[in-house]
Design a protein around this ligand. Structure first.
Ligand code: OSB
Ligand code: MG
Length: 379
């Protein structure tokens, strides 16, 4: 297949509820939907998951858009691609910018699956027909408010509850949750808010039978996490520190974590996610799929990757309606009793609904074959 045109649909979406992490509070989500159109006029869709600001990782949407327009779009346009794995090879000389790369690569995977008439999950080698999901809850001002939120989500049947923690909202908050819900599958995500100086706090969490603690220490770190894992019983799960196949391999070798959260965008795309999946499976490291407050396209990509066999723990891919008054796909992603059924329609398995998207659209920019790669090095 040959991509002739790439559209960057830039959306500003408002979430139903503000979402607070150790980084701060957000209620607006600036999302780019990538549409790759081939010579037959078939469209594949990807979603760019960069944050609005470089707080979760170094990538942020304004910069990502420049990277897409200047490099990653022109590099694939008019290039013969027989399998989406080739996209990573094309991008290889270009360092990092994983979420930018993954957004086009994801669109190419969807396009590839649609042209073959198979589901995106099948194209990846996924076999599950349904996937288990949990929900990620932000920090609330009081334990009472958080407990109310947890109550709703337990009632809705989500398979595990993840709560965000930060210094000052950790041990006593978890104690309050466990008093009401002694047995629910519960985990915490610190988004890199602690250091090894906080070892007493991190050890104190051991008494709550948590499924895991996600990214307690600095983004990118694998050395201190290895030291930490030796001192606590709660399994460490890495999120921000796993930004490539190589960092996953290093973390596994050093014992920096017992569990890995795979976010397709963070590791550079589906091809890299599959590589990490296979390596983790070999080393008995269970995986789950993390979320980045995605709209429908990214959400469906997450459902598809979760169909791979070593995604054994419930991920963050909750229902569209947990985030949005109206998602941009038809039908929306629906978790019923913590289970999302995988569509049997080709590609991502739902229609991108341009009518619904309209209400969020800031602008669409188009990269065409006239946009040549503009690089100092190649000129
Ligand atoms: O650390 O997993 C994270 C959202 C944005 C950035 C980072 C994270 C998150 C979440 C929410 O936890 C996951 C979701 O529900 O999409
Ligand atoms: Mg996380």
């Amino acid at each position: 297949m040959k991509i002739k045109e790439i559209k960057l649909h830039q959306l500003l979406m408002t979430m139903k509820n503000p979402f607070t992490t150790s980084f701060g509070t957000q209620q607006k989500r600036f999302i780019t939907i990538v549409e790759a159109i081939d010579e037959d006029g078939v469209s594949g869709f990807g979603e760019c998951v960069s944050g609005e600001d470089p707080l979760y990782s170094e990538e942020f949407m304004d910069a990502t858009l420049i990277a897409l327009k200047k490099y990653f779009g022109p590099l694939v346009i008019n290039t013969e691609i027989s399998h989406p794995d080739e996209v990573w090879e094309i991008y290889k000389p270009f360092k990092r910018n994983n979420m930018a790369k993954a957004s086009i690569e994801g669109a190419v995977w969807d396009l590839y699956a649609k042209k073959k008439g198979i589901t995106l999950a099948e194209a990846m080698g996924g076999k599950k027909k349904e996937v288990d999901v949990g929900v990620s809850l932000g920090i609330e001002d009081t334990d009472e408010l958080l407990l109310e939120r947890i109550g709703e989500k337990v009632e809705e049947g989500y398979k595990r509850i993840k709560v965000k923690i930060k210094p000052g909202r950790d041990v006593e908050m978890i104690r309050a949750i466990r008093e009401v819900y002694p047995d629910i599958p519960l985990m915490v995500d610190a988004n890199s808010a602690y250091t090894l100086d906080d070892i007493d706090t991190l050890k104190a969490l051991d008494e709550f039978n948590l499924m895991m603690i996600e990214q307690p220490l600095m983004a990118g770190d694998i050395i201190d996490h290895a030291k930490l894992q030796k001192q606590i019983k709660t399994p460490v799960c890495l999120d921000e520190s796993i930004d490539s196949y190589e960092s996953a391999a290093a973390a596994i070798e050093l014992g920096s974590c017992e569990i890995i959260n795979v976010k397709v965008g963070r590791v550079g795309g589906i091809t890299q996610s599959i590589k990490i999946h296979d390596l983790a499976a070999k080393h008995n490291i269970p995986l789950w799929c993390g979320g980045m407050l995605e709209a429908g396209v990214g959400r469906l990509h997450n459902v598809a990757i979760t169909t791979l066999s070593n995604f054994v723990l419930p991920g963050d891919t909750a229902s569209s309606s947990r985030y949005w008054f109206e998602d941009i796909i038809t039908p929306e992603v629906v978790a019923e009793n913590g289970v999302v059924k995988v569509s049997d329609k080709p590609g991502i398995g739902a229609e991108v609904d341009f009518g619904k998207m309209e209400q969020y659209l800031v602008k669409t920019e188009t990269i065409t074959e006239d946009d040549e790669l503009d690089m100092i090095m190649y000129n």
